[in-house]
Each structure stands twice: as C-alpha cells, then as structure tokens.
Design a protein. Structure first.
Length: 663
C-alpha cells in the first residue's frame, strides 16, 4: 500500500499531536481514538481508510471541528484549536472547510440553487455575489440546468454532486469528504473522483474517508486507521506537493481574523435567518396553516373581547345618558315600614303627590311579582301538561308606565283595558314571551293562567322602547291586584330635562315629610357605575377565554416545532457543519415562531374586528373598537409565537453535529 508522508521541513496545515477521543463515563471510557499523530500539508489529497468502527469518522469530525478531542493538541496553521471559542470554531469552519458527506444532506424542500448557496448564506455573502458563485459551482459539477429543481426531485448522483457544489461555492481551503461515493454507482463514482482530483489540482487540500479502493488509489497519500490508532506512515516524499505548497503560500489565512464584525454581514445573516424561517414554513404549509389558525383564534378572541367590551360599555353609557336626562325612580327603602292599610288607592295618592311637583311630566307604577308565587302557565294547571317554569318577568303596572317607557302595544286599546278591566285581570305579553308561549296574536279565547286563574291576553308589546325587560315579560294591570300594595312598588318618574337631580331631593319629602328616609330615590345617572362593571366583566370573561386559546396555541406550536427539530436533525447538523453558529440556529426557529404568531395575530385581528362588527350590527349597537385593540391581538400573537419557539430553538441550537450528521 502506498503511504505518502508530507515533505520534510514544511509547516503542516493540520497537525494532530497525541489526540485521543473517549466516550462514556470516567469509570469505563470507550476509546474511539488513541494517541493519534498526523500532519496534513496544504495541497495534499489524503485518503483515510480502515474497517468499519475503526475511528475514521471520529477523526474526520475532529479535523473538521465538528467534535472536540479528549486528549492531545490540534493545530490549524499553527493556531491551537483548544484555545478557540465556539464562535471562532464556527467561523473558521465556515471560511476554511468544505464538507461532502455520504448522505449528501441535501435539504429536500429547497431548490438546488438554494442548497448550493447554504454555505455562502452562513458566511453572510451578499446576494449578488452569492448568485454568481452558485452559478459557477453548479456549472462546474454539471447541475446548472437543475438549479431550480427541488432537492427531493434529484437522483442520488445529482444530490452528491450538489453537495460538492455546495462545498465548492465557498472556495474552501480544505475539503473533507466522508464516504462520498458510498451510495453511488460506478459511473457516478468516477465522476466524483474526477471532481475531487480537479479540485485538488487548484490547490485545495482534500481529506477523504473511504472504503472504496478506487477512491483511495486516487489520493496522494493513504492513511490507515484501525481500532482508533494510525499505522505509522512511511516518509517517502512527494515532489508534486512542494510545487503545490509554493502555489498556495500566498493565500490568506482565515485563522488571522476569527471575529468578523462588519455590519453588512450581520444584516445579511439576519435576513437569511428570516428567509430560512419562511422557507421552512412554506415547505410545511399544512402544519404552518394549522398553527396560524390556532394563534388566529386566540388573537381574534382577544381583539373581540376588547371591542365587545368597549361597544357594550358605549351602548350602556348611551342608554344611561339618555335616561339620566329625564328619569327618576323612587321606592320604599328597606328600613321603611309600609302602612298596614296601604292599598292601590294609597299608591295612587302617593303617585299624585309626585305628579304635583314642579318638573314632573308623568309618573308610572310598577310592581314586580314573584313568578314562584303566581306560577304563570300557558295551560290550566293540573291537566297533566308539563311546562317549563316561566323564566321572564311578571309585572303589575299601570298604563302610564308603558307610556313613559315608550313601549308600542298592539292593539292600542289594550292600554285602556289594563287600567279599567272591571276588577278582573288582563295580560299584555312581551313579543318574546308571546312567541315562547305560542300566542302569535290576541283574540277571543287567548288566555294564560296566573295563580291558577285564567287571564285573557289583550295585547302584545311589539317594541319595548326604553325598557328592554318588557320584551320578555307578562304585564298585568296593577288595579286588578290590590294585594300588591303590600309589596314594594316602584314609581318611575319622567321629568323635564335637567330635573332628575333636584327632584331626587324633593320626592322623599313629598311622600313623607316626617320620615323622608323611608324612601329611596335613584336617578339613572347614579347607575353609571354599571358601565364600568359591564365593561370589566365582559372584557374579563372573553379575555380569559382568549388567553386560554392563546396558551393552547402556544403549547401546540411548541410541541409541533420541537418535533420538527427532531425531524430536521440532519439539516441542523449540516448547517452547524457549514459554520452556522448556535445563535443563528436558534434565531431561525425563533423567527419561525414569530412569523407564525404574527400571521395568526394579523388574521386574528381581522377576524376579531369582523366579529365585533357582526355582533354590533345584529344588536343594532354602535361598534367601538380602538386601533390599540387590533395591535394588542397582533402583539399577543407575536409574543406567544416567540414563546412557543423558545424551547425548540434552544434544543436545536444544542444539537451535536458530530452525531446528527451521520443520522
């Protein structure tokens, strides 16, 4: 076997001294390499051969800075690798080395051109220069006509040539090839050997691991490794190497500038991280759309919660503001004692006292009856017909109450019957109650049962006016229920504009000058505190649901992206091998989460706005939605998207390229 050693007196480009690599615990370590001493000079074509499990790939990983030695010293152009930080190793790997692996590690969902440009993207090369170098590399390996073809549509031989083009595009000083012909037929094997020899003639150092004797025979020097140890090489010299060394002597040394700081390069790297994230998402469009949908639901709910709470608050404020101008409500306070002889006549007397006050337009009476006591039903009780308990309101009122509520009752004559029904009760139904009880219109024979007694239905409230409760109520004439005077009636007072506040002070004195404290008077303005309560309660309810949806979306995205990390191990390892830093790997996944979250946030913002508009339109509300609500949804989507990608990004950045590259 031909064993060529470097020419005496020359400084080696790569130098291993007493290198060892051990795996397992300190108690029982397993040696992959032991006491390896090796020098490789610039311009050599070296083949490392040996049986499976002999340590060939471990040696290549250490030479290519994919792994660290446990013992010994490794120098590149005289610089001690052990003294280099992780970022310096990454940068040196991207600038000095090229890699061609047996599995080719082509990114199957990207085009040949983007695959070939991967190393240049890691270096931060500008797009114009990148396209030029990719074109040269693809032309050199005969794949320029396949530049736009996705990696998954290339043959095995084409993928291996694409891997070589990817390495050539970066103009490496050293090319490492791990079983580059292991999966190829004889024709493609000869093509790869010719490419390697042609590249070596340009001055590039070639280090190839192979089982193939044809590939080994093409090398200038063959190094045999067995059981983690190198066979001692025989120094035979090589005149050709001296000429190559002279040719390569003027090439710049990448180890002299290990910390690039140029702004344009950093910007290029950042933009490439974003582009890589977009490419990854578009290549997995179905999964990305499902994640966006999850974020959209959460963000849309958040926007809707803000919009609905603002619109509901505005609606309540509008109604209260309208009523506060001309309405007062008076009732006996809990501490007040109702006279024993109080009856409907007494109530009308109190009503008259209020009507005599200056600024009062009209006074209506209303008593709310207990449905549990009177048990309203559609059919006569005890007939075996099962009915649900009545869920609406049962009210005893006078016609003035309906007038000042601006309710529309059909027929209009029903109001007169409500006050003067000759001592017998009659009922007016709200339109919702009428529909639920199956009474579409009034007429002879239409009746309901109240307290076990039949009550004819004489009218239907078609529009509840200023009192929405009337739509789902049974309304009785207060005159027919004299016993209700012992309950606590409510006087609803309609006033001239601006009079509610002064009348609130005068009404208790008018009703009982000796004990005004027995009466409570509320202006509707006093109820404005409800606005804040409605706003807060409604907003809190929908917000909690929205945040739960966002949390579920975040968890789903994190799980999906973590599984993606596992399926993309070889791609991540390839990027690390080409010099991409751990932070860049992490940023790529963070950007994926950010883009998914932003997409979901934007779609959710639009969905939330449409939801608010649709709901307000159905309720005849005036929609109120500030721009901050939409931005809140977008920001929430973006933040949760980033959070969902954080752990997968950390896991991806910690991937060991030496192990994953052979997966």
């Amino acid at each position: 076997m031909n064993m060529l050693a470097p020419s005496p007196g020359r400084i080696p480009l790569l130098r291993l001294e007493g290198i060892g690599r051990f795996y397992g615990g300190a108690d029982l370590p397993t040696a992959a390499l032991q006491d390896v001493n090796l020098e490789i000079c610039e311009g050599e074509f070296v083949a490392i051969i040996g049986p499976s499990g002999s340590g060939k790939s471990t040696l290549l990983n250490i030479l290519g800075l994919l792994d660290r030695a446990s013992d010994g010293k490794y120098s590149i152009n005289g610089a001690d690798v052990s003294r280099m930080a992780e970022k310096q190793r990454d940068w040196l790997r991207s600038r000095m080395f090229g890699f061609v692996f047996q599995a080719s590690h082509v990114i199957v969902d990207e085009s040949s051109a983007r695959n070939a440009a991967l190393g240049l993207r890691v270096q931060g090369v500008r797009h114009v220069e990148r396209e030029l170098e990719v074109t040269k590399a693809l032309l050199r390996v005969g794949l320029l006509h396949r530049a736009g073809v996705l990696g998954k549509n290339l043959s095995g031989g084409e993928r291996q040539r694409l891997a070589l083009a990817r390495a050539l595009a970066t103009k490496p000083r050293i090319l490492f090839a791990d079983e580059p012909t292991g999966n190829l037929d004889s024709v493609n094997t000869q093509s790869v050997i010719a490419d390697l020899k042609a590249l070596n003639r340009t001055g590039v150092t070639i280090v190839v691991i192979t089982h193939d004797p044809i590939v080994a025979a093409a090398a200038d020097r063959q190094i045999v490794i067995d059981d983690g140890r190198l066979e001692k090489p025989e120094a035979l010299g090589s005149p050709a190497l001296a000429a190559v060394h002279e040719h390569m002597g003027g090439r710049p040394d990448p180890t002299e500038a290990l910390s690039p700081t140029s702004l344009w390069r950093r910007l290029n790297l950042l933009m490439d991280d974003v582009c890589d994230a977009l490419a990854s998402l578009t290549s997995r469009a179905g999964k990305a759309l499902l994640l966006i949908l999850a974020f959209m639901l959460g963000s849309g709910g958040l926007v809707a919660s803000v919009g609905l709470s603002q619109s509901a608050s505005a609606q309540v404020s509008e109604r209260l503001a309208e009523a506060a101008l001309d309405e007062v409500q008076a009732s006996r306070s809990p501490s007040g004692v109702q006279p024993a002889n109080a009856d409907i006549a007494a109530l009308r007397g109190q009503k008259g006292k209020i009507e005599d006050l200056h600024g009062v337009v009209a006074v209506g009476l209303r008593v709310e009856l207990a449905t549990s006591e009177f048990r309203p039903t559609r059919f006569q009780p005890n007939r075996g017909i099962q009915e649900d308990d009545f869920a609406g309101s049962l009210l005893a009122v006078d016609s003035t109450f309906l007038d000042i509520s601006q309710a529309v009752v059909e027929p209009a004559s029903a109001l007169a019957l409500l006050d003067n029904s000759f001592g017998k009760p009659v009922a007016i139904l709200g339109h919702d109650t009428a529909a639920r009880l199956g009474i579409p219109s009034v007429g002879p024979g239409q009746k309901i049962w109240i307290g076990g007694q039949p009550v004819p239905v004489v009218g239907i409230v078609q529009q509840p006016g200023r009192n929405p409760v009337l739509a789902d109520s049974i309304i009785l004439g207060i005159s027919a229920y004299p016993s209700t005077a012992s309950d606590n009636p409510l006087f609803v007072v309609r006033t001239l504009p601006g009079f509610p506040a002064p009348l609130a002070d005068v009404i208790p004195l008018a009703l009982d000058a000796a004990h005004p404290e027995h009466f409570t008077v509320n202006t509707v303005a006093d109820l404005r505190s409800l606005r804040k309560g409605v706003n807060n309660d409604l907003g809190l309810l929908i917000s909690v649901i929205s945040w739960l949806l966002l949390a579920l979306a975040c968890l789903s995205a994190a799980t999906s992206m973590y599984l993606t990390v596992q399926t993309r191990r070889s791609e991540i390892a390839l990027r690390r091998a080409l010099g991409m830093s751990r932070s860049s790997i992490g940023r790529m996944f963070i950007f994926e989460g950010l883009l998914v979250g932003l997409g979901g946030g934007l779609a959710g913002g639009a969905l939330g706005v449409l939801g608010v508009l649709a709901f307000c339109l159905s309720q005849q509300w005036t929609p109120v939605l500030g721009p901050e609500a939409v931005w809140t949804g977008v920001a929430a989507g973006a933040v949760t998207g980033v959070l969902s990608a954080t752990y997968p990004a950390i896991a991806a950045s910690k991937a060991d390229p030496a192990q994953a590259i052979r997966a």
